[in-house]
Ligand binder design. Structure first.
Ligand code: NAP
Length: 256
C-alpha cells in the first residue's frame, strides 16, 4: 500500500526539503503551513514530477486547537499517516524583557504544543497498526541555555527531551521517534527570528537539503537522536564537558 507523510512547515526551508525527499521516496504527502499559495505551487511541482498525491492543509499552527484541525482534515480525507514530520517552528532574537509576548506565546504553541498534540493524535493510530515513524525538529539550541533567544532554546530542549522519552516508550512496538538536532542551516529561519544577517552562528550555515537528507536517514534507521553535521556533534560534546556558565556565554556571543 502507498504510504503517506504529513509534514508541518512544508512551505519552505527544511520542511520543503523533507517534502521533496519524501516525494522522491514515493510517499503521498499532506503539507501543512500558513502560506497556502506556496503549498499549492509545491503540490503542482511534486505531483507532476513524482506522480504522487499531495494534500494541502493550510493552517496557522499558532492558533488554539490548530493541531486538532489538522487531525480532522486527515480523518475527513481518510488518510493514513505513516510518517509524521513535526518540522514547523521559529525563533525570536532579543532580550526576553523587550520581547513581544504574543510572539513568545505563539512560539510555545507552534514549537511545543502542536508538535506534542500531533504526536499524541498519530502515535495512538500508529500504535494500533504497529508501525509508523515520527521525526521531531529539535536543534543544537537544545544543548544549552540561549540568552537573547531564551524561549526558542528552551522549546528545542523540550523537543529533544520529550522525543527521547517517547522513543523509549515505543521501543519494540514497530514505531520510532527521532529528534533531529541540526546546527545553523540556510533557510528562512534567520529572517523569521528577526536575527541580524551575518550573525556568527549562521556564517557557515549548512545546506538544507543535506540536513533534511540526514534527518530522513536517521528516521528510517529508527535512531532516537540525530546530531546533524560536524558543528552539532562538536557542540554536543562541548556542552557536556563545559560548565553551563560558559556554554550560555558562548551561546549569547554566537546569537549575535
Ligand atoms: N534553520 C536553522 O538553522 C535551524 C536549526 C535547527 C533547527 N531548526 C528547526 O527547523 C525547523 C524548520 O525551520 P526552517 O529552518 O526550515 O525555517 P523556515 O525556513 O523559516 O521554515 C519554517 C516553516 O515553518 C512554518 N511555520 C512557521 N510558523 C508557522 C505557523 N504559525 N503555522 C504554520 N506553519 C508555520 C513556515 O511556513 P509559513 O510561514 O508558510 O506558515 C515554514 O514552512 C524549525 O522547527 C526550526 O526550529 C532550524
Amino acid at each position: 500500500m502507498k504510504k503517506t507523510a504529513l509534514i508541518t512547515g512544508a512551505s519552505g526551508g527544511l520542511g520543503l526539503e523533507f517534502a521533496r525527499l519524501c516525494a522522491k521516496e514515493n510517499y503521498d504527502l499532506v503539507l501543512v503551513a500558513r502560506s497556502e499559495g506556496k503549498l499549492y505551487g509545491i503540490r503542482h511541482d511534486l505531483e507532476e514530477k513524482y506522480g504522487i498525491c499531495v494534500h494541502v492543509c493550510a493552517a496557522d499552527l499558532s492558533c488554539a486547537d490548530a493541531a486538532l484541525d489538522v487531525y480532522d482534515y486527515v480523518l475527513e480525507h481518510e488518510i493514513q499517516v505513516d510518517v509524521l514530520i513535526n518540522n514547523a517552528g521559529f525563533g525570536d532574537e532579543g532580550s526576553f524583557a523587550d520581547s513581544d509576548w504574543q510572539k513568545q506565546y505563539d512560539m510555545i504553541q507552534v514549537n511545543i504544543t502542536v508538535l506534542m498534540q500531533l504526536t499524541h493524535c498519530f502515535l495512538r493510530e500508529m500504535h494500533r497498526r504497529g508501525s509508523g515513524e515520527i521525526l521531531n525538529l529539535s536543534s543544537v539550541a537544545a544543548f544549552c541555555a540561549g540568552p537573547d533567544m531564551s524561549v526558542y532554546y528552551a522549546t528545542k530542549a523540550f523537543v529533544r527531551s520529550y522525543s527521547e522519552a517517547i522513543a523509549e516508550e515505543v521501543r519494540g512496538t514497530g514505531l520510532t521517534v527521532t529528534a533531529l538536532c541540526p546546527g545553523p542551516t540556510a533557510t528562512g529561519f534567520e529572517k523569521a527570528a528577526a536575527m541580524k544577517t551575518g550573525s556568527a552562528m549562521f556564517r557557515h550555515a549548512a545546506d538544507a537539503t543535506a540536513v533534511a537528507r540526514d534527518g530522513m536517514k536517521a528516521m528510517h534507521q529508527g535512531k532516537v537522536l540525530c546530531y546533524q553535521g560536524a558543528f552539532t556533534k562538536l557542540m554536543s560534546i562541548g556542552s557536556r564537558l563545559a560548565p553551563r556558565y560558559l556554554t550560555r556565554k558562548i551561546a549569547r556571543k554566537m546569537n549575535h
